[in-house]
Write a protein that binds this ligand. Structure first.
Ligand code: ADP
Ligand code: MG
Length: 248
């Protein structure tokens, strides 16, 4: 069972550093520990930016507002500090890191998070179990991170990182993209297994109802032009599937 750690985003306005474009506008969202929220919405409305800003991506500047996590304003915290607090981002387009093996990457990420509590043997055993569970090729541990991995393999690799790091706040940005139906089911069920076990807070970004067949959100938010324009329960997704975002 994860600790009770809630996220509260309070009137957050964010711009891109390179061109100064305002992407999130007076954005508000509260996610309590144990809740699953899904954000849907057209392309280019700031969904990925939201997840990256919560993780501390320095390509974005916070113009105003607060990001409160576990009672602290984390606006100025580095990515590594946020990871230590238990925040995890499964990215829409995970990058390849040449020359760093997947196993080394996982080990140093976990070591950085756990510090003196890190133990090698349980780590190795766990990774082994997760690799089997996710039906990944064990050789992927020896290869460079995401190097030559297919879109779907990269997504599974994000879930593997999630399992290893055991976060309390999980941000999953289009984790369903690039997955075939079997992998989608596997990934969806794996996220739910983790959820049942640890009861983290989860924020999913998705375009499709099909992911929500496996991961059942408590709340769905429709985002447009940098803010949430409509919120509802799980039934909002099927409404959107039928009617599109046009009237929102
Ligand atoms: P979504 O995930 O909803 O499709 P994004 O958050 O990726 O949208 O992008 C929202 C808008 O902000 C887009 O117009 C995108 O081009 C722009 N944007 C995102 N990141 C940056 C950046 N680092 N620099 C400049 N513009 C950006
Ligand atoms: Mg996106």
């Amino acid at each position: 069972m994860g600790k009770m750690k809630n996220l509260k985003i309070d009137n957050l306005t964010v711009k891109a550093k390179d061109d100064g474009k305002i992407i999130l506008k007076d954005f508000n969202l509260e996610i309590k520990s144990g809740e699953i929220h899904a954000i849907m919405g057209p392309n280019g409305t700031g969904k990925s930016t939201l997840t990256k800003v919560i993780m501390g991506d320095t390509n974005y500047e916070i113009v105003k507002g607060k990001t409160i996590y576990d009672g602290k304003n984390i606006n100025k915290m580095k990515v590594s500090e946020r990871a230590q607090l238990g925040i995890f981002l499964g990215m829409q387009m995970p990058m390849a890191i040449e020359g760093v093996s997947n196993a080394d990457f996982l080990r140093s990420s976990l070591r950085a998070k756990e510090k003196d509590n890190f133990k090698l043997l349980p780590f190795v055993k766990e990774v082994d179990r997760y690799i089997k569970k996710l039906k990944m090729d064990p050789d992927m541990l020896n290869r460079s991170v995401n190097d030559g991995f297919s879109g779907g393999e990269r997504k599974k690799n994000e879930i593997l990182q999630m399992y290893v790091l055991k976060p309390d706040l999980i941000l999953l940005d289009e984790i369903d993209s690039g997955l075939d139906v079997d992998s989608l089911k596997l990934v969806g069920e794996s996220v739910m297994d983790y959820y049942e076990d640890k009861k983290p807070a989860i924020l999913l970004v998705t375009h499709y109802q099909r992911l929500l067949d496996y991961i059942k959100p408590d709340y769905i938010h429709i985002m447009n032009e940098g803010k949430i324009v409509k919120s509802g329960d799980g039934s909002l997704a099927s409404y959107i599937e039928k009617h599109g975002y046009e009237n929102e």
